[in-house]
Structures are given as structure tokens and as C-alpha cells.
Design a protein around this ligand. Structure first.
Ligand code: 1GP
Length: 268
């Protein structure tokens, strides 16, 4: 079972926990093998039917290890069909990175089941999860329990505006660390340190380093990463997954994708 509980009654105690699914296991194995993984974020709202597949293929053929699909809004009725096409043609996990419960649609290999831990807005701490959880179970999508922490990137981002939350100050890396510790103790296994799509400044490496030192969480980071050097600095600080999105809407350069891949893959 991908999404289910396990029970153990050997001591007369019954417990139930979210098991690590197939996709999360694959990601963990790949991280061990490659050092860190390269994720490309695709915009689900592209009006051109073939654009998602074209962008995904360019990324994967040149070294991306996984595809994330998501945004603050999703209004594409053809998305489930396009996701199935992506999955059929590309040999990498296709993972939903939702901005809210209304974006949960079938077809994905897995979903980053996020909680906006840097905020204090109950809508993104529990409300969206209650609404989305039942759909995720019904569709049989593997959930990857992920803390989502927004770090100030200079100017207001769409996530900040939409979620009505304040980001963690950029010069306070220990604040990311304490949110990560809390998330780990709540049972989350991953944390996404986010500067926001198209951020002016990416998450400073110190936030990643403190989080890595204090927790066993897998660390994803993204937002404003536009050069392979920026990516390499975050991997050196301890990031396990680097996410890039906006850059590929501006530059469609297979050579640059390969440069990112080799900056991120420190092993293998
Ligand atoms: C956004 O972290 C991702 O959630 C990617 O950000 O679009 O700035 O690469 P960019």
C-alpha cells in the first residue's frame, strides 16, 4: 500500500504511521547515489497543449531527476491528461507541488503534502490539508510529508501575498532551523526552504546549513536560483534537492540544463 498505516500489536500497542512510499524511497536512493537531485518546476497553466511535455522532455533529457508541477493558481482542465502523457514519455517522477487543496488532481506519481510552517495562518497549517487529504487518498497519490518554509527574498512574492503570511527574515537562519526541528518532531520527513518563484534573492546557504545540522530532514530549496553556481552553493550547504522554474521560461538552453545538473550531482 502506498498511502496507508502500519500496525504492530506485538506489545499490545497499536500504532499507525504514514509509510514511506515508492517515490520517496526512489528519491532517497537517488540522493544517496547522486549527492543531490535536480528538480525542474513546470507551470501547469500553460495554454499550449504540448508545452508541458516539451519543457519536461528538455529538462529530463539534459539531466533533471524529477519534475514538479505547480503554482499559486492552477486552472488547466487538461492537466490530468497532460500529466499522464508526461509520465508515459519520461522516466522520472512527476510530483505535484500544490498551492492549495483545489489543485489536487489525479495522475501524479506523488504529491509534496506541504504545511506552511513559517506562517501562522491556520488555512495553510490545517485547513487546506483537511480538504486535500481525502482527495489524495481517494486518488491513491503517494504523499510526501513536507514542511514548507518561506524565506524573505527581498520583495514580496506571490506565495507571501496569497498565503497572507510573513516569511522568515533572510538574516535569521536559526529561525529556519527551529521551524525545521518542529516539523521533524511532528513527523514530517522533508522541508522545502523557499524564496518564492522568481525571487530576487534565493534562500541564503546558512538557512540550509543550520537546518541540515540540526535535523535529519531531506532539504529541498528553490526560488531565484538562476546560475549553476548558486545551485552548487546550496548543495554544498546541505540541500538534497534543487528546484528551478522561472529560468526555463526565459531561457530554453539544453547546455545550461546540463551545467545545472553537473553542479548539483556531486556524486555518480
Ligand atoms: C518556486 O522554488 C520554486 O516554488 C522555483 O523558483 O521559479 O524562481 O526558479 P523559480
Amino acid at each position: 500500500m502506498i498511502f496507508g498505516g502500519s500496525t504492530d500489536q506485538s506489545n499490545g500497542i497499536t500504532f499507525s504511521a504514514l509509510m514511506i512510499g515508492k517515490i520517496e524511497t526512489t528519491l532517497n536512493e537517488q540522493i544517496d547515489r547522486r549527492g543531490a537531485l535536480f528538480a525542474v518546476l513546470l507551470d501547469p497553466d500553460t495554454s499550449d497543449q504540448g508545452a508541458l511535455l516539451k519543457a519536461g522532455s528538455m529538462a529530463v533529457e539534459n539531466g533533471a531527476d524529477l519534475l514538479l508541477v505547480g503554482g499559486s493558481f492552477m486552472g488547466n482542465p487538461n492537466l490530468p491528461k497532460q500529466i499522464l502523457e508526461l509520465k508515459a514519455k519520461l522516466p522520472v517522477p512527476v510530483i505535484l507541488f500544490p498551492g492549495g487543496s483545489s489543485q489536487v488532481v489525479p495522475g501524479f506519481d506523488a504529491i509534496l503534502f506541504t504545511t506552511l510552517v513559517s506562517g501562522r495562518n491556520p488555512q495553510y497549517l490545517i485547513e487546506e490539508q483537511v480538504r486535500g487529504g481525502i482527495l489524495i487518498k481517494a486518488y491513491g497519490i503517494e504523499a510526501i510529508p513536507t514542511a514548507y518554509a518561506l524565506v524573505n527574498s527581498g520583495r514580496a512574492t506571490a506565495v507571501e501575498y496569497i498565503s497572507n503570511t510573513r516569511p522568515i527574515p533572510a538574516d535569521k537562519p536559526k529561525l529556519s532551523m527551529v521551524h525545521a526541528i518542529a516539523a521533524e518532531l511532528m513527523g514530517m520527513r522533508w522541508i522545502y526552504l523557499e524564496a518564492g518563484s522568481g525571487a530576487e534573492n534565493p534562500v541564503p546557504p546558512e538557512h540550509i546549513a543550520y537546518t541540515r545540522k540540526a535535523t535529519g530532514l531531506r532539504i529541498i530549496t528553490g526560488g531565484g536560483l538562476v546560475t549553476p553556481e548558486m545551485a552548487a552553493q546550496r548543495v554544498a550547504a546541505g540541500a538534497h534537492v534543487i528546484v528551478t522554474g522561472t529560468i526555463w521560461e526565459k531561457v530554453s538552453d539544453p547546455g545550461l540544463v546540463r551545467e545545472f545538473a553537473s553542479a548539483i550531482h556531486t556524486k555518480g
